[in-house]
Each structure stands twice: as structure tokens, then as C-alpha cells.
Design a protein around this ligand. Sequence first.
Ligand code: HEC
Ligand code: HEC
Length: 702
Amino acid sequence: MTPTSRLLTALFPPLALLLLAGPLVAQDDDKVAARDKALAEADRKAFEANMKAFDADVKPLLAKYCVSCHGPNKLEGDLSLALLDPDMKDSASGARWATVRERLETREMPPEGEPRPTKDETAKILAWIKAEMKRARRNFTRRLQHVSGNKVPHALLFDPEHEADLDVPPRLRRKSVEIYEVFRREQAKGFENLVGNPFTPDPRFLFKDMGSPELDVPTTSQLLRNAMTIVERQTAFRVEDGEVKPLPGGRKEFIALLDEKKPFGPEEMAKAVTMQFQRTLGRSPSDEELQRFVRLTEKNVKDAGRVAGLRYSLAAVFLLPEAIFRYEIGGTPDDDGRTRLTPTEIAEALAYALTDKSPPSYLLSMAEKGELDTASGVRKAVERMLADEKTDTARILRFFHEYFEYPKADEVFKNPEDFKPHKAKVLVSDTDNLVRWILEKDQEVLRELLTTNKAFVNTRYDAGKKKIVQYESKAQAHLSYSLPPDWKWTDEQPIEMPPGTRAGILTQPSWLVAWSMNQDNHAILRGKFVRERLLGNVVPDIPITVDAQLPDAPEKTLRERMEVTREEYCWQCHKLMNDVGLPFENFDHFGRWRAVEVGKPADGRGGIELTGDERIDGTKTEDALQFVQALAKSERVEQVFVRHVFRYFTGRNENLGDGPSLRAAHAAYRESGGSFKTLVAAILASDSFLYRTPENRETAAN
Ligand code: HEC
Ligand code: HEC
């Protein structure tokens, strides 16, 4: 089996249909074998040197720091570092060494409080592991995709001295919910209610189009059902006076083939299949695909009759892997074991990174002409797409939706007396417009997002007219912004907010409402947000044994009620959330600026601590505005933003091997004066986006 079909069968059960796709990537056994032979002699020498170095440099360190827990007497993690074979090529030890490497790189071992190897000693062990991994020519890195990307140490990712090899396995990504949605609306026009979207986002990840969820049986059956439903429409006919006639939705070309009086041989079959390829995949079948599909149709017609037979074959086109997956496989590996995505893969990956649609024709023709063969060519393509009026930017705005999560304001139940349901929608729409406006200017985007004292009030974006209009005249959104009751709407938007009341998105009513509960602010969740998404730290999950309730005490402020989390056991986690969540107590849970809470002066004091970055640790702030301004000034916060943009646009969490790409992307953002477009282009033109490091054959057995 080729690596691609192996990936496919793992992801996608209906094998019978899949095999139709045939071999997609040719294996290059001969080349690999020849290379191995040429390397044999050099290998023997390297092996001897590595084993000597192990005995001299590494073994004593393991004995000193690790063997007490991973040795003959104790086997923590089922791992014996006294016995692990240093030869990674001809033994099964390599995968274990990969975990050792990872634990050392992330500084997770030895556990906190135990004697640890010095920096130089750690570097020595790591250098040896890498050298032996290289000699073994087997890529053992476990490719653990941390569900929390923040677990990868920030300091190492952005340490210019830290060297790391790119480590991104080839992958097939299922198309996103939104890509399928576009397809569904196109193919099932007029009967959308009969064709459901089978995909759901992977709930483990912050960004919805991340992870690579398997296609389980319900998803697969829905795909199949959808294919049949669409094809039944395409071929719906009735017989009138012995004549076969299309019903609404029926395609004349297909229906003509269903007339039993007319011939239906390989030629007609090929015509039908070609048409279906063009309609669903936007391309013609290759000769070989055509042959396979004609054979399939002949068999189906023989087994099931003309109508059903043709329908099955036409439906099979919808189930080709290409219709369901995005390919990030690459071609033949180079001498470093890396492979670049093919030009067509790059065109598709770029289109789906920026939009929910397949590549526009100019991108495909750039791919064909070799213009995507260099990083600068790719950057140009991205710039062109971002500058193109016709590019649908919904997916870009979605990054800000998923990162800041302000649209969920609309789901937080509010007392309908105070807060009419439609109002939250207006607030979300206002923040969308603020984001659009900042993206349009494209300067210091993050800083502007976090600190602008301007806001759109009671606005909607009219896509047809391409301008901001009043949401609806009766909406009272201005009250949420603490504007006077008699404030009159103006089309000169955005408008300046009353002095000292707002600074950017975290003080926008939409965000404040989204991160509230029915009756009050949710300072703990706000703190978790700031801690994870802006400071880039990890907050341990809440233990199920904790009865997570604050005392019900209407005379107390939220800050006072949160005192219970200061108990030692609770505080180990809550110290990470409280001080970075409480600054927003200057606002109520409708997002209005307030001076008083339950008869006491509103208290928005806060601080930044325990980030691992001494440049911000120890910051103390008096109110929400000072707090967000401190965040906006921090280089770490900017880098954490870059990490999130990276995750969204590559569709995966970063690992240490992405350090160089992240650093370059951050540098590009800085040099461009904070241009989001430049940042995205830098990420999409990086090695992390364009290259894969396939496992070779030996590793597949691990
Ligand atoms: C004080 C005891 C202790 C010491 C010393 C210690 N470890 Fe561990 N190690 C553990 C425990 C407990 C686990 C299992 C829990 C876990 O995975 O975190 C573990 C797990 C591991 C794992 C994960 C095994 C797997 O496959 O999941 C690796 C790798 C590891 N240790 C490497 C090391 C190395 C390398 C050192 C020395 C530099 C070391 N440890 C020193 C206690 C220790
Ligand atoms: C291991 C970490 C951890 C510990 C220990 C912990 N918490 Fe939490 N707690 C969290 C996290 C994380 C959240 C955020 C809620 C979430 O993720 O759903 C949270 C949320 C809460 C909430 C808000 C729940 C809600 O959604 O309304 C309360 C109240 C709370 N914790 C109280 C406590 C108290 C009291 C203790 C000590 C008895 C405690 N916690 C111990 C991690 C912890």
C-alpha cells in the first residue's frame, strides 16, 4: 500500500469505493534502496562513533538523573533508561528515545523538585539523541499533536538559538464543515433540506478546522446518502408517451442515457462520468480514472440495471477521497527527508486556508506555471488573493470569532426584560465591523484590537453596498456602550467612546457579554481566556471532584465571592485566572461601564504574574484599561497571537520544529508595522506550511 492509501484507509472506512481512487502516489523503492546502500559504509562509522559517545557522555547522565526512577528497581512510565538500546536503527528503541527527547525538550523530566541535569548536560543528551536519530534515518518523533498547543514551551519556540528540525507528517485533512457547506449549497440547490452537512468540528480543539477527525460510520453513511440524494435529483425522470423526460432538477445529459431505446455503451458511460467529474470536482477524469469508472458502470448496470447502475457510478464520484479530503502529502522526499507539497496541493491548501472555496483559476494557473515553487511565489499568491475583491473573507473574520469568541454573546441567556435577544446580535455585528475596520487599515492590528477607544455602534455591514449601515433604527445598542440615552445614530462610524471607558475588543460589550453568565460577569472564564489565549500558559482542567460554586451572597461583589478560590487547594489553579479575569469588573454583565457594584466602588484591579516572562510578571494595574494596555505592550502577548494565527491557518498545533517559521512570521509582522496580511502570508509561505517530513517505511512498523 502507498503511504497515501494507508492514511486513507485509516481515516475512511468504505474501502471498496476508495480503491477506485487507485494508487495516488508512486512508491520509490528503488531510489531508497540505492541510497541506503551508498550510505552503508558511512553508517557503520557513524554507528561506532555514536555508541562510543553514548557510553562516554550520555549513559553517566542517565544514571545520575534518571535511573533512580527509570531503572532496574523502579519503572516509572514503564520506561527503563538503564536498558534502553542506544542503537536506534536495528532495534525497536527509537520510538522510546523520541519520548525521552520530547520530555527533555519540554523540560518535563525529571519531575519538578528532583535534581535536574544542567543546561549543558541536557544539551549533550539531546545532541546525542538527534545524532543517532539522524543516523538511523528513521523519524521517531512521536508527532503527538498536543490538544493544547500552549504545552509547547514558548521560550523555546521563540529562542533564536534553539535549533529544531521541521517535523510535520504528511496528512489528509477532512474538508471543513464550511467547505462542505459551500459544496452542499451548490449541489443541492432547491433541496438543501434533504442533504445534511455530515461534518462536525473536532471538539478537542479551539479552532474548529483543526485536528483530523476520522470519518466514523454515521458520517460516512450521511455522505453516501447525500451522494445518492443528489444523484437521484440529477437523474429524476418520468416517462411520457414512451419518451424519457427530466423532472425538475434532472440533468438532460444524464437522463438521455436512461432511455432504454438508446444505446448505452462505454462511450456514453465515459461521457456521463466526465460530466460528473467536472460538476463535482471541477476537473476531467484522467484516462485511467475514466477506464476504471467505465468498468465500474458496466458492472453496476449489469448487476443493478441501467438506472440504478448509472446512479451508483455517478454517486461514487462524490465519494472519491479528493471530494472529501484535502491532500498535504507532497512528492518524493529530498536528501534531508523532507518533501514539498505539490503545486496543486499548495494551490488548494492556500485557497482553503484563506477561504471556504476551491482555488480560483488564477491560483491553479500559477501552480501550473511553476510560480508556487518558491516561498516568494507563494507569498505573492497569498497577497494576490488577499487583495482580490472577489475573495470571500468570511474565513478570515472567523479567525477573530474563534479566537476572541465574542459571537457567543448571542447564546448567553439574559433577562429578556433588560436585554432583548436581538441586541446581542447587534453587539456582535458591531465588533465584526470593528475587526473589519482594523483589518482594512492593517497596521498594528493586534495592538489596535486590544486598545482602540473607537467603536461601531448599532451597525451592520451591507455586503451588497459594501458599506456600514444602521442595524435597525429601534435597536438600543448605544446603551450597552454607556452612551447617553438620547444619543443619535450617525453614519460616521466608528465613533470615539467616552474617555476612559473602552480599550479594544476585550472591553467591547459583545466580548463582555459573551464571557458572562446569566446573572453576572464570569471573571474565572475571562481569566482563563486571558491566561491561555493572550499569555500562552496552560491552565489545568477543573477536577470533577470540585463543586465549582461560588457562595450565593447578593450583598457581596463577585470579587468578594471569589475569595473561596483562595483556599490552598483551589489556588494552585485559580491563581492563574483570578487576577487576569477580575480587571473587567469595571463593567457589568451587559457590558456597560459602571462606577458601583452592590453599593461599593467597582474594583477592576488586577495584575500579571506567573507567565514565565519576566518582562511582564509583576505588572499591577488599577482598571480594565490599564490592564489591556499592559497586555498590548507585551511582546509575549504578540507572539502568543502569532501562535494562534499559525494554528488557525495551518490547521494544527505548532511543535518545536515550527520554531523557525514562527519566529520568521513574528519578525515579518513586526517589520511590516503589525500587518495581519503580512503575518498570514509569512505563515503560508513558511516551511511549516509547505513541507512535510514523511515517515519512511521502517517507521511505519513502529
Ligand atoms: C523522581 C522520579 C523520576 C525521575 C528522576 C525521572 N523520571 Fe521520568 N517519569 C517519572 C514518572 C512518574 C513518569 C510517568 C508519569 C509521566 O509520564 O509523566 C515518567 C515518565 C517519563 C517518560 C515518559 C515515558 C512514556 O513513554 O510515556 C520519559 C520519556 C521520561 N520519564 C524520561 C525521563 C528522563 C530522561 C529522566 C532523566 C533525565 C527522567 N525521566 C527522570 C519519574 C521520574
Ligand atoms: C486543577 C485546577 C483547579 C482546581 C484545583 C480548582 N479549580 Fe476551580 N476551575 C478550574 C478551571 C480551569 C475553571 C474554569 C472552568 C472551566 O474550564 O470550565 C474553574 C472554574 C471554577 C468555578 C466557576 C465554575 C463555573 O463555570 O461557573 C468555580 C466557582 C471554581 N472553579 C471554584 C473552585 C473551588 C472552590 C476550588 C477549590 C475547592 C477549585 N475551583 C479548584 C480549575 C481548578
